[in-house]
Design a protein around this ligand. Structure first.
Ligand code: BG6
Length: 503
């Protein structure tokens, strides 16, 4: 089993949202599972003036504060420290170095450091450079790893610049580009489903698959992130990273071994095989939408343009659906459809393999005709699990066929600990395992694919941005993307899929 060496985790942007909502709770979770090294410290760094004690108090609010957890929480909090620092100012980094050396001494930790950039992306240039200037990139006396949060660039050009800049100061094997979707158990399970079962792999190709449908739907809107989101939109926020990673895993060839480079090489090959969508084809292949005000029940839901921080005449997409092809032996001619959006009716992420129909219809159509193909639903969240939809005989006279569900739900493994995505990824980095982190070349390839679409939207204001009322499945025109099938309407419950939706 892999283990984590003693180290200090430095979080830049420690007063930000991600630190308190995701990172500190994930570290606490690792602590309660005894997965942190005994000699371990977290140093929060940001501009706000705080003492170690004040930082601990602030972080405590985001831990599961139940009476039975008090001992664990107290034991965990003593690992947290804080250093006020103007991270944009390289001249302050010697202070950081001295603080780290003193923490190493008091905890008897060798100079093993993980630096987590949970800051606005404009600091991704300066922080690695400033670390390097004081020698904090030098692995000779202990490992130095750098975790970077998305966005990895704003477009292809800036993504390339970012990679180039990072590589000026750190080596690729010191870089951990985090995509929290890869930390989800169910996303990793796609590899296991595909490559550990003799029954799926033989049919996972153009001979048997009719099309692949990937949905990542959210009920939430942009909440308090309007300012960020309005400059990002669904393509940059969800597609270029999370959804492309799902495409990579569902479409890749079997890696030779389960190791970082073997898996990342296969993902890269998928991205290299994506058929480019040229600017002139964008309107035919990509539909973008934006939610407008609506009533859900008795509640009046704001439209996107009324959200705080959003330009009242914004043309940023909060919904996107697209169709594309992967031009390789396995997938030639198989359409891939992806769809993501905010303020949709359900929070659901799933990958659905729609298998081809039998070559000859012996039994006529199924009772629910548009679902007639067999489908394998890989449910990422919620109600995590797997469901196979197949035709069964309706008891009684004749041969009438009905689609039935065979399902497995993760919650049936109640005694198994399911780590959070951030917990899993942080642990991997502590153990030096980059398998579930994105590599620079794949990030650039994914940008290469989406860039012409962003350019088309930028250069051609006549490409429509369709409105959809908040709480619906996006603009109706998305139906036109599907060739000879229909989009699914997934519910949050995977159990009884197609029968009823749990509210
Ligand atoms: C983030 C996006 O990366 O992923 C958010 O910035 C989005 O806009 C979130 O809401 C979705 O993640 P999850 O894990 O809730 O599906």
């Amino acid at each position: 089993m892999k283990y984590s060496e003693s180290h200090i985790l430095v979080i830049f942007g420690a007063s930000g949202d991600l630190t308190k909502r995701k990172l500190i709770p994930a570290l606490y979770e690792l602590h309660t599972q005894n997965l942190l090294p005994e000699k371990f410290a977290v140093l929060g760094v940001s501009r706000t003036e705080l003492s170690d004690l004040e930082f601990r108090e602030k972080m405590k609010e985001f831990l599961p504060n139940l009476p039975q957890n008090q001992k664990d929480i107290d034991e965990f909090l003593i690992h947290l420290y804080y250093q006020p620092l103007s991270t944009a100012d390289a001249t302050e980094f010697p202070v950081l170095k001295t603080r780290l050396e003193s923490l190493c001494l008091s905890w008897s930790i060798p100079e093993n450091y993980i630096f987590y950039l949970s800051t606005p992306p404009n600091l991704y240039q300066i922080i690695p450079q400033s670390l390097a200037e004081v020698g904090l990139n030098d692995s000779s006396a202990g490992f130095k790893r750098l975790i970077i949060e998305k966005p990895f660039g704003y477009d292809l050009k800036s993504a390339k610049e970012l990679n180039k800049n990072l590589l000026n100061y750190f080596k690729e094997d010191q870089l951990y580009r985090i995509d929290h979707y890869l930390g989800k158990e169910t996303v990793q399970n796609m590899l296991v489903t595909r490559f550990s079962n003799g029954i799926f792999e033989p049919v996972w190709n153009r001979n048997f698959v009719h099309h692949v449908e990937i949905t990542s739907a959210e009920t939430l809107g942009v909440e308090d992130r309007g300012g960020y989101y309005d400059h990002s939109g669904a393509m940059r926020d969800m597609v270029q990273n999370h959804l492309m990673q799902l495409v990579g895993l569902v479409a890749m060839e079997p890696p030779v071994v389960i190791e970082a480079d073997a898996i990342r090489n296969e993902t890269l090959k998928v991205f290299q095989s994506l058929r480019p969508i040229s600017e002139s084809e964008v309107e035919k292949h990509v539909i973008r939408g934006q939610y407008t005000q609506s009533h859900i029940g008795n509640e009046l839901i704001k439209g996107y343009r009324e959200e705080h921080g959003v330009d009242p005449s914004s043309r940023t997409e909060t919904f996107l659906a697209m169709k594309f092809y992967i031009d390789n032996f396995r997938w030639a001619g198989v359409p891939f459809y992806i769809r993501t959006g905010k303020k949709l009716p359900a929070r659901v992420t799933e990958v659905v393999i729609h298998f081809k129909n039998t070559p000859h219809h012996l039994f006529g159509t199924t009772s629910d005709s548009d679902q007639s193909n067999s489908q394998l639903v890989l449910r990422i969240q919620p109600d995590e699990g797997i469901l196979l939809k197949i035709g069964m005989k309706i008891p009684g006279a004749g041969f009438r066929v009905q689609t039935v569900n065979m399902d497995f739900h993760y919650n049936e493994l109640s005694d198994v600990y399911l780590p959070s995505a951030y917990g899993r990824l942080l642990l991997d980095c502590m153990q030096g395992d980059a398998t579930l982190y994105s590599r620079g070349d794949a990030v650039e390839k994914a940008w290469e694919f989406v860039q012409p679409i962003l350019d088309a939207w930028q250069n051609n204001p006549n490409i429509p941005i369709y409105s959809y009322p908040a709480g619906t499945w996006g603009p109706e025109v998305v139906d036109q993307l599907m060739e000879d099938s229909v989009w699914r309407f997934p519910c949050k419950n995977l159990a009884h899929d197609g029968e009823y939706c749990e509210l």
